[in-house]
Design a protein around this ligand. Sequence first.
Ligand SMILES: Cc1cc2nc3c(=O)[nH]c(=O)nc-3n(C[C@H](O)[C@H](O)[C@H](O)COP(=O)(O)OP(=O)(O)OC[C@H]3O[C@@H](n4cnc5c(N)ncnc54)[C@H](O)[C@@H]3O)c2cc1C
Ligand code: SF4
Ligand code: SF4
Length: 1002
Amino acid sequence: MRTVDHDETGLTHDAALAARLQRARVELEARADAEVRFDAGSRAAYSTDGSNFRQVPLGVVVPRTIDAAVKAVAICRELGLPIVSRGGGTSLAGQCTNAAVVLDFSKYCHHLVSVDIERRRCVVEPGIVLDDLNRQLAPTGLRFGPEPATHQNCTLGGMIGNNSCGATAQRTGKVVDNIASLDVLLYDGSRFTCGATDDAAYAEVARGEGRRAEIHRALRRLRDDHAELIRERYPEIPRRVSGYNLDSLLPEHGFDVAGFLVGSEATLVTVLHAELELVPVVKERTLVVLGFSDIATAADAVPAIIEHEPIALEGVDRYLIRDEQIKGMNPQGLAELPEGTGFLMVQFGGDTVEEAGRRAHGLLDALGESEHEPEVVFFDDPAREDELWQVREAGLGATAHIPGRPDTFEGWEDSAVPVDRLGDYLRDLRRLYEEFGYASDTGPSLYGHFGQGCVHTRIPFDLYSVEGVAHYRAFMERAADLVASYGGSLSGEHGDGQSRGELLPRMFGEEVVGLFEQVKALFDPDDRMNPGKVVHPAPLDAHLRLGRDWAPRQPEPLHFTFPDDGGSFREAANRCVGVGKCRKLENEGGTVMCPSYQVTREEEHSTRGRARLLFEMLDGHDGGPIKDGWRSTEVRDALDLCLACKGCKTDCPANVDMATYKAEFLAHHYRHRLRPRADYALGWLPVLARLLRRAGLVRVVNALARLPWLRRLGTRAAGLEDRTVPAFAAESLQEWWARRTPRPDGPHGRVLLWPDTFTDQFHPEVGKAAVEVLEAAGWGVTLPTESICCGLTWISTGQLDQAKRQLRRTVDALADHVRAGGLVVGLEPSCTAVFRSDAAELFAGDQDVHRLRDHTVTLAELLTEHTDDWEPPPLPVRGFAQVHCHQHAIMGWEADQKLLGRTGADIDHLDSGCCGLAGNFGFTAGHGEVSRACAEQTLLPRLADAAPDEVVLADGFSCRTQIDEFDRSGHRPIHLAQLLAEGLRSSAGTTERPAHREEGPR
Ligand SMILES: Cc1cc2nc3c(=O)[nH]c(=O)nc-3n(C[C@H](O)[C@H](O)[C@H](O)COP(=O)(O)OP(=O)(O)OC[C@H]3O[C@@H](n4cnc5c(N)ncnc54)[C@H](O)[C@@H]3O)c2cc1C
Ligand code: SF4
Ligand code: SF4
């Protein structure tokens, strides 16, 4: 088989290419209803997928309609430009990265076109996200069966491209088993619908003229001439994903041309619509988890278990468990595991809990086990089942970037073998790891869809040196031979792309691969569709994202110390593994990431897109699209809509911390230069507020800010959005404190209440309520009265020298208190998060900073973890909490939940993500629309639906400000301190209600 280094075709170095691209851009803008992006930033954002490969695209086209996509392909054809389709971009084998024009279907072409409940079918556009589709189908009781682990963000077009599946394949099979027909476009512009074709239908099609007939005839001929070869060389295993689906053309599979095109990875056709076969939703499930002495022994048990017809059967080993423990992932799920070091998770379904339970017990009886044995756990509670399922689903994210260990990579991440040989294959694979020096007492982990013989793993390849890359190649070749010797498939799930394309002859033999080449020549004779993938593949060690030539800049000196990345911004910028979780559209489970993607649906405004741009900014491969390092306007623009909500720091499986990277970037970008006006106005707010108060001007400012024309003028001059300006309190918290009679220590001792600028200057009633609660709980309170600040506003605007100066003064001021073991209570989540996280990253190794970090608590943490035998007041209230994004990311809401539970309050954690204001973000000019759109996703609709007596808990000043401005339901958000103070007064029989706001914006 011939392999082609795509760059050797001359396309990317063609002197005329620039002119052709310029023409393409003009033509596309004029003739296609699409967003046309040939700029450096967009090309950088799309330069890789979830794989080890990187190819900067020629340009990106985001069609607004399917017709526009057809038009875009026509224009690319006129100019001879290669194309590649893209959905979620989560591919792992390099099939979604190419030096081609990328057609991104995910932003606009994501409609569910029709549903036929009776025939259990629906028609979709290719950009629809699987979870979104299943949400829309939910009322019908039907769903699309195959479900990759990336279900929150993978698209149907990409699933079809890759022939995807996942744990549910045990019951429903792969995509190829669930497609009725496809509406496809060839590079030459022909478009037709295809599917299973019986003899009569074939005869009719074959009689016709044009490409459709020609292709059907040619495929039929190829099938007839080579049916025996195909039968012989295609392994009869459930997870054969490698290679084109020539077997779908066999008579026993109904000459299914749609099935044949599934898994062709955009190398043959562009899918425009798909008619999907749907399955009934499983009503009830039970889960049995079995523990074994090791993972290979667990695999040996699989054949006996599948006889009991589970709907999913997954394997998990001790290394994966340990990786999750190290990363603090899924603690509840891990705690539920039975004894053992290799586990099988066996799921049964049924119409009733009893039916599903009966099946599970049938398995246990057959194994001579009971649910009471230590190596068995049995669940029929969906919530607990989900926790355990998370342990398995987190696989790839969990095994990437383990602190203190070499990075692991895909490449051999989804091989599959016959189920009855799985145990032996795992033993041999482990031996191969040992032989190549990849095995250690920490991995590599082996887990996956054991019920179908599919094994996942990430391997610590050295993809940085010439020897390491050669070693990787040698391993891949040996592993391919090993899997072929087992009658298995190189890929059991993720496809061939470039990782496995060149290995296909080892699995199928040259003759079958020759058939792949024939098919490619039939559909795409000029090799313009995703060239270099699957057929005539580029070598598996070409176009590596890292590779022996990778030599990124090492920008220094840095402001943050990046302790989890060995102090290296390069390592930090290389964290993203491309899972695409930051492109999910819902915030279930209280997650926050990534608000800007959720409202813009732009790759560039996802965490991943930004991470790609930062990676390109370091210019590890000469000639990348971003040329000017920290000064890059492309990177600045991509970071502009990052809310710095810190959602990704917690929610991203690789813990990409974009808020920190943004602050670091802005500090360098504007070094020795004037910044946007808003950075001064908002960054210096703490100083400005104190100056105004000292000058006795706060009432005047409040009055002036209420005059719309003046406010407009003022905000414009300051580079801000024209929106309601929070009013200063008549008296600051520190002023109130200064005139308050000092109280003695309480029985628990003394805490320091941190007077953050927002509580102090704008909402002192929150601080007063906190003092009341703390004293009631038995604490004496100290409140600093000097002008000190945590530096938050300077951090979020990237004014890091100033931030460090502020923080230094504060750390010094609080040093005596924390050195003596005193606690600091933070009320404003973002300021508390500075002490708990940012400060230590700015001053790594500084003991006072570390003490401050370790001694700073939220109010709820203080009252649950440090205040023995205090009973909070009963709170007979209901409502919901808008949890601040920094609280979610750094402190978490568990303590609040626990405390509220003890009061009897019925408060839901709203799955609303970031409120959209996020400190300075929503106030900065140009951010208003995105800021409001974030709030409109869940928060504002929930407020509109809330009953008048519902409590709206919002500890964040930003969240309260956002609600105050945009909510029309009349709810007044309050801080936890205020709710507790109110409860104390009610239980003491005091009728006086605490002031919720002394002077508000309305
Ligand atoms: C952490 C992680 C876990 C994963 N787990 C699984 C898993 O459990 N099961 C699984 O199967 N895969 C898995 N994958 C791989 C990948 O997520 C899936 O294959 C997914 O279905 C790809 O969808 P996508 O929208 O991201 O496709 P993309 O990556 O965008 O595209 C996939 C392929 O389809 C092509 N394509 C996209 N749109 C079209 C179109 N309109 N017409 C023709 N071709 C098109 C692309 O060119 C590409 O070749 C995983 C990946 C990651 C990173
Ligand atoms: S930023 Fe995180 S969630 Fe997004 S693709 Fe990268 S690793 Fe995945
Ligand atoms: S900080 Fe927030 S907005 Fe920025 S990339 Fe992370 S999740 Fe997205």
